[in-house]
Design a protein around this ligand. Structure first.
Ligand SMILES: [Zn+2]
Length: 375
């Protein structure tokens, strides 16, 4: 989903369990709600875990221990632990919707058509409000082998005209048991590329009624995609970038030194090794005078040592699989790098510390180190 949004030229932040973030943690919730209130997002997409609301769970109540039903979607007085967790996700989802509504931010929420979550009174009340659209997408209409009818409700205007139904001229893979890639239901729970693209387009507003797309930012070649400035949190514009500078001899030497230090460093995180890398990097920054020149030189030195992992020819070969805009963006990154320029008003805001990261510093270090080692 994030990748599809980024392909449309937007900055997207994904927060999920796969990324190591537990949305039921109080700190995480407070941070997200504060970010919405501070106007840091133009749109929030919610995909709460549907497991305890899903048909395979509640319909098999004898074996699964489910207590939900259409009459009691929240479950009985003694719900299954999965249901307790599911209900907490719905409660947070409702708080996010309220925060979005209060700040004029559009939102969308997706669930399978048969999910009992749609019947949860708290959610149902909010989704019955004026200005909430309900869209339906069958996964087979997005190129998947299974049908899995899915509903997306929300306030993004693009959802008003989104309705992609099965064409009925093909067979479906049933979502039960295992396929070659493991559990079929689990497989279908992760995003198909086609669905992510459809959804991203609806959120951005490039399909349907384009005139009303005010929620997110449309992508144009000129004057360039608009970006969120890291510090400001507001939308500005990526400035036109000149081609990357030719590094001077001294810059190139400094960059080669960084590459050498990184290559010689051990594969796992070590404070001393990191200090050496940081020192070499700082020396390069001092020589280059700014981060843009330093990273250009680093890229040249990295290519000398390890070849080009962003070979434009190879990227062009992906043309059959990627959207035109996505391909264009990748090629630009391969040829010119990622733009660091930002044009727009600059306002300093106090940052929100990533609270849960403080308890996982080791993990953060190894993650960081992995990226350093990859160049
Ligand atoms: Zn179909």
């Amino acid at each position: 989903m994030s990748a599809a949004l980024r392909a449309l030229g937007l900055r997207a932040t994904a927060v999920d369990r796969r990324g190591g973030v537990d949305l039921l943690e109080r700190d995480v919730q407070d941070r997200i709600l504060a970010q919405i209130a501070a106007g840091q997002f133009r749109h929030v997409h919610l995909a709460p875990p549907c497991s305890s609301f899903s048909l395979p769970f509640w319909a098999m109540w004898r074996s699964s221990g489910a207590t939900r039903s259409s009459r009691h979607p929240e479950g009985s007085a003694h719900p299954h632990p999965k249901e307790v967790e599911g209900n907490k996700h719905v409660a947070f989802t409702c708080r996010v919707i309220d925060a979005c509504n209060a700040s004029g931010v559009t939102y969308s929420i997706e669930q399978p058509l048969t999910s009992l979550m749609w019947l949860m009174p708290s959610l149902r009340g909010r989704l019955a409000a004026a200005g909430v659209f309900h869209a339906r997408v069958d996964m087979c209409a997005c190129g998947e082998e299974y049908k899995k009818p899915t509903v997306i409700a929300g306030t993004a205007p693009g959802l008003a005209s989104l309705n992609l139904r099965c064409t009925g001229d093909h067979e479906h893979v049933l979502l039960q048991g295992s396929g070659p890639k493991g559990s079929r239901t689990a497989q279908a729970a992760s995003y198909g590329v086609g669905f992510a693209r459809v959804l991203a387009a609806a959120i951005v507003g490039v399909t349907g009624d384009q005139g009303r797309a005010g929620a997110a930012v449309r992508v144009r070649d000129d004057p360039g995609p608009r970006v969120v400035a890291t510090v400001e949190g507001d939308l500005g514009e990526a400035a036109e970038r000149p081609p990357p500078p030719q590094p001077s001899g001294a810059e190139l030497e400094g960059a080669r030194a960084v590459v050498r230090v990184v290559d010689a460093a051990p594969a796992v995180w070590q404070a001393a090794a990191f200090r050496e890398v940081a020192e070499a990097g700082n020396a390069l920054l001092v020589t280059a005078g700014d981060a843009g020149r330093a990273s250009s030189a680093f890229r040249v030195a990295l290519k000398e040592a390890h070849g080009d992992h962003m070979d434009p020819e190879r990227i062009r070969g992906l043309g059959a699989y990627l959207g035109e805009d996505h391909l264009r963006y990748l090629l630009r990154v391969a040829e010119q790098g990622v733009g660091m320029a930002y044009r727009g008003e600059r306002v300093r805001r106090k940052g929100l510390a990533y609270q849960s990261a403080k308890d996982h510093l080791d993990e953060a270090f190894s993650q960081l180190w992995e990226e350093v080692k990859k160049g």
